[in-house]
Design a protein around this ligand. Sequence first.
Ligand SMILES: [Fe+2]
Ligand SMILES: [Fe+2]
Length: 393
Amino acid sequence: MSVNEEICYTVIVLKIAILGGSFNPVHKGHIFLAETVIETLGYGLVVLVPAYISPFKQGVPEDRDALKRQAEERLSLLLAAVEGKRRLTVDDCEFAREGVSYTIDTIGDIVERYRPDGKPGLIIGDDLARDFPRWRRARDIAGCCDLIVANRTGDGAEIPFVHTRLGNVVMPVSSSMVREKMAKGEDWRDWVPEGVAPPEPGISGDVSGDLSRNILRRIEREVRGMLPLGRFLHSRNVALMACTLAARFGLDEDDAFLAGIAHDMAKGLSTPLGHGEMAAEMLRDSFGVTNSEVLEAVRWHTEGKVGMGDLAKIVYIADKIEPRRKTVDPRLRELGKTAPLDALFTEVVRGTHDYLERKGVVISENARRLLQHLETKTLQKAEIGHEKKNARG
Ligand SMILES: [Fe+2]
Ligand SMILES: [Fe+2]
């Protein structure tokens, strides 16, 4: 059983570490490394960031289309590799920037959007440590991150900045080894995470762990197959953030993950129903999900409605403020870490309305009523508070 399955999600994920690389392709060593950082150094989340063009690698295709295709293949395998692993996330910010990917830019971007507590950790292999002082703005990187030096070659290369040595076991695998095995037609499946090379039909894979987690993995896999990469990244972020909020507010994290991963699965389908309503129907009819709270959360994630349950509220919130969304008021992300559920929900609904109005989008009747209802409640609360104060005075 992996570390991700062992952890009970009762802590709030705020301490994050970043693991960048080419991931060409991702292999078991990458995942093992990220999980070791979680297990031994207490990070809540490791963000895997595939480079668009690594400053360290040669042989980058010059053809822009080929470059994009190759990048998307690496990203797609990485998403398969983190299947079922809620402490690992994938961020494609270096793809969005295009060009050569510099770590200093990525750190700033990740900190801005994930808003971790304290400095993020930056995991680098000792094979890169020797050259680290020559990285772009190495001193700034060392200042804004906690450097974590992991064993890759085991040659113990030192780095002239404050850092933590991970002291991890080195797995005898590398991306070039996997590529070589693929090219020679040799068996490479043992060296990549199970999501990347699912067991062939008839061969039983790792089915340890509880049944509901295995079903969730299967649904995650199916949704991954249905959605474009960007949409799936968003859905996975919503699922992870919904889990974090569920932990904060004492709700079931598996339900939160399920609603989050499935909420947009009907996006892009041509249907007379809204995509939330359609997704809820698919979840019930094709996946056999009967939990009414999950179906409600999926159904109402876009517009919301008066009387939504707490699970629906957290999926609505996660959908609007997950880290891949670029135009989110940073204040809402901060509130996501501290505010009570109803206050947070009200602020996110308000922020969504403001955003839609600015964009000139017509706001639905349900959404309008919801905001009105929340504003009235806020006003009543303020009046009661005022009366109590006066009575005391
Ligand atoms: Fe949606
Ligand atoms: Fe969404």
